[in-house]
Design a protein around this ligand. Structure first.
Ligand code: GLU
Ligand code: ZN
Length: 278
């Protein structure tokens, strides 16, 4: 049985890249007993606009997709908190009170998620009045986990090594989780067997595989698909001015036809599929 999921964050409208991602995920679950889940990842603090979840549902239905919706992340904060406490208790997390500005000032290395935290707060006594995030002590985590592998349908077998991303945030200052912790816990809780998402999140799977090992969670397979890019090779991010799915839907475009074209890799002018964006 294949269980896939599409997990959009309601902090901006969906665009063509999301449509492709949802279709890939939906179609990979098409066999007998397959299940295609949708999970709203709504823990981005003030950036999260829950009203967008309804727009997403209308967009997906317009594309002709059928899905089962699983609980949104905002309903699972207690579960994330409990898992983070366990990691903290095991000495795998440490508090960090640094602001982004302070980290930038240290001119750290740039990794797949942007600035790589140079570990300034590790082992330090911190001002308890300052809000603190909790970061993964990646070296310690790796020492505990040893060599673990994960399987990507496109890229093949990978040895989990999240060190390139550094000591990533596991608990944010404003939320009892980060994307990494919440997505890892949810994929296990939702019974996802095939995690599908764009290649821009390939690096995250190294982190998630290590978290699965630390938390004793079941290990799915992954399928990181190519990304839609514009003429300049930049991915179609929500911020760029390509029309959103909602814009297209409201303008009367045929969603079923669009979905078929995306399946055939026929893209609007200026948009193409970058197959290796790792
Ligand atoms: N919520 C993430 C996003 O919209 C996707 C996470 C995932 O597929 O793991 O970028
Ligand atoms: Zn710090």
């Amino acid at each position: 049985m294949v269980v896939t999921r599409f997990a959009p964050s309601p902090n901006g409208s969906l665009h063509l890249g999301h449509a492709l991602s949802a279709i890939v995920s939906h179609d990979l679950a098409r066999g007998p007993n397959g299940r295609f889940l949708v999970r709203i990842e709504d823990i981005d603090g003030p950036r999260s606009r829950p009203e967008l979840a309804d727009e997403f549902r209308r967009d997906l239905a317009w594309l002709g997709l059928e899905w089962e919706e699983v609980p949104a992340q905002s309903t699972r904060l207690d579960t994330y908190h409990a898992a983070a406490q366990r990691l903290l208790h095991d000495g795998l997390l440490y508090p960090c009170t640094c602001t982004r500005k302070q980290i930038e000032a240290l001119q750290p290395r740039i990794g797949p998620e942007g600035l790589v935290y140079p570990g300034t707060c590790k082992g330090r006594l911190l001002d308890p009045a300052k809000p603190a995030a909790l970061r993964l002590d990646v070296e310690r985590a790796m020492a505990q986990v040893g060599e673990v592998v994960w399987e990507d349908a496109v890229a093949g077998t990978q040895i989990a090594d999240p060190r390139e991303s550094g000591d990533v945030v596991i608990v944010r200052k404003d939320t009892p989780a980060s994307y990494h912790l919440a997505a890892t816990i949810d994929d296990a809780a939702d019974g996802v067997t095939l995690v599908t998402r764009g290649q821009d999140l390939f690096h995250a799977s190294h982190v998630h595989r290590v978290l699965q090992a630390l938390l004793g969670l079941p290990v799915p397979r992954w399928h990181h698909h190519g990304l839609l890019v514009d003429e300049g090779g930049a991915k179609l991010a929500k911020r760029r001015n390509s029309p959103s799915l909602a814009d297209r839907r409201k303008a009367g475009e045929d969603g079923l036809l669009l979905a078929e074209q995306l399946r055939l890799h026929k893209f609007p002018a200026g948009i193409s599929l970058a197959s290796a964006y790792i």
